[in-house]
Design a protein around this ligand. Structure first.
Ligand code: SDX
Length: 431
């Protein structure tokens, strides 16, 4: 097998080294391309461009494979907890019982946020979107806590502080939006149970922890925990490449996730299904609109840049919908709509020919509705789940000897050189 690719252009040629990953993926290393040829590459959306070597997550979009540190996500969803999976992603291996206990103690120790942060929440416009609040509050953590990130111990402290406090800050935005008192984290509750209690416990109606709901949330967050170099993870790496503190890099990741083409799709799916339900369940019209190139409407929760088959996470999420609705004795008409919509789409050549299948966001909202999470917090739930992945990717980038400031190039297509014309002359020319 050749170790390089030969690029032939304008009568010249250059040999570019090939890089092979542990799963056989191949890349052309163009590190020297511009310095040796003056050429750059152009790749809108970076659909064909690798930004780094990474040992964290492996995806095979054609086969629908997703593994965290080599372990299939299906096995982690069945046997692990979100806390343990977070440890795996960040530290590169599953923890011993002693390491997991130590991690739990640290998470508990750092679950409170500075009381002064409540002043920020109290002064945030009441109907602000929780993603905007979360991105701001994560950035604001730097004002209360040093972003110590030189020694391994300092990084672990900052990382654990953020992993723990993001739950508290997310729940606080919900309590403030309802005009309810903030519920503090409890040391006797697990990571997921603590979040649910901070969200739903009230002085008049104590929240009853349902272990099946806690398990559903563990699986939900495990499925969201990492996904290689997606839009928001790339934002975290790019912002982090400027050597900014971790809170600021994660705040950028939350902002990137917010968009409806990315993490915001889970909210958009439910809003789409609610619209269909409200308009009498006319699925065929929705599918027709989604296929119409002149209609900006897209079937939210369908399609993926990498998966060209069923998103393995969507399969697990779909099964979890049935399980959690049955356990909670909830009948959600949107689930039947979603299943029928999937059936219609997957028997339509437009979707099949383009390899458009349900992605993680298509069913995730049904699970969140069953748990009682408000629709405008669905992407916040995605962000909490993705935080260990963002952290793992950020840590890997700062440890990478090839790490450098991210600064893509461009091809300029604007006007050639022209001279400045003073305003009087410009106006004279016009008249
Ligand atoms: C996430 O990257 C990740 O890993 C992300 C994520 C993660 O875990 O981090 O998996 C989370 O963001 C999942 C994706 C959530 N977004 C949505 O569900 C929004 C709906 N999906 C689409 O907007 C779209 O599928 C994207 C943005 C997800 C992917 O789009 P691409 O790769 O840029 O593909 P494309 O837009 O070039 O589409 C190719 C064709 C086009 O038609 P033609 O021009 O060939 O005729 O497929 C069509 C598109 O119009 N198409 C759709 C469609 N998605 C693509 N048509 C209708 N409905 C859709 N949803």
């Amino acid at each position: 097998m050749t170790e390089h690719a030969k690029l032939v252009y304008n009568g010249n040629s250059i040999d570019l080294p090939l890089v092979e990953g542990s799963e056989g993926e191949m890349a052309i290393d163009i590190t020297k391309l511009r310095s040796e040829t003056g050429l750059v590459t152009l790749d809108y959306g970076f659909a064909n461009t690798g930004s780094c070597l990474s040992e964290i997550t492996f995806m095979d979009g054609e086969k629908g494979i997703l593994r965290y540190r080599g372990i299939p996500v299906e096995q982690l969803a069945e046997h692990s907890t979100f806390k343990e999976t977070s440890y795996l992603l960040i530290n590169g291996c599953l923890p011993s019982q002693e390491e997991l206990t130590e991690f739990s103690v640290l998470l508990n120790d750092h679950s409170l946020v500075h009381e002064d942060m409540q002043i920020f929440y109290a002064n945030y416009p009441r109907q602000s979107h929780p993603m905007g609040i979360l991105s701001s509050m994560v950035n604001a953590l730097r004002s209360f806590y040093p972003a110590l990130q030189i020694t391994e111990e300092e990084i672990n402290m900052t990382v654990t502080r953020l992993l723990s406090k993001i739950r508290t800050m997310a729940a606080m935005s919900y309590k403030f939006s309802r005009g309810h008192k903030v519920v503090y984290p409890r040391p006797d509750l697990s990571y997921c149970a603590n979040f649910l209690n901070m969200m739903f416990d009230t002085p008049v109606k104590p929240y009853e922890i349902d272990e099946d709901v806690v398990q559903a949330l563990n699986v939900f967050w495990i499925l969201h925990a990492d996904h290689e170099q997606n839009c928001s993870t790339s934002a975290v790496r790019i912002v982090g490449s400027g050597r900014v503190n971790l809170y600021a890099a994660i705040s950028a990741g939350i902002a990137a996730l917010w968009g409806p083409l990315h993490g915001g799709a889970n909210q958009a799916v439910i809003e789409m299904l609610m619209d269909i339900h409200a308009s009498g369940g006319d699925l065929k019209t929705m599918v027709k609109r989604a296929k119409d190139p002149n209609d900006p409407f897209r079937l939210m929760g369908f399609g993926h840049r990498v998966y060209k088959t069923y998103d393995p996470r969507a399969k697990i999420m779909k099964a979890m919908c049935d399980k959690i609705l049955k356990k909670l004795k909830i009948v959600d008409p949107l689930l039947d709509l979603a299943k029928r919509l999937e059936e219609i789409a997957l028997s339509d050549a437009y979707f099949v020919d383009r390899n458009l299948y349900p992605n993680i966001d298509f069913y995730s909202g049904i699970v969140l509705r069953a748990i009682g999470i408000p629709t405008n917090m669905f992407t916040v739930m995605f962000a909490i789940g993705r935080l260990p992945g963002w952290i793992a990717q950020w840590k890997e980038s700062i440890d990478d000897p090839r790490w450098k400031l991210s600064r893509p190039r461009q091809i300029y297509t604007g006007p050639k050189q022209t001279d400045y014309v003073p305003i009087k002359k410009r106006d004279a020319r016009k008249n």
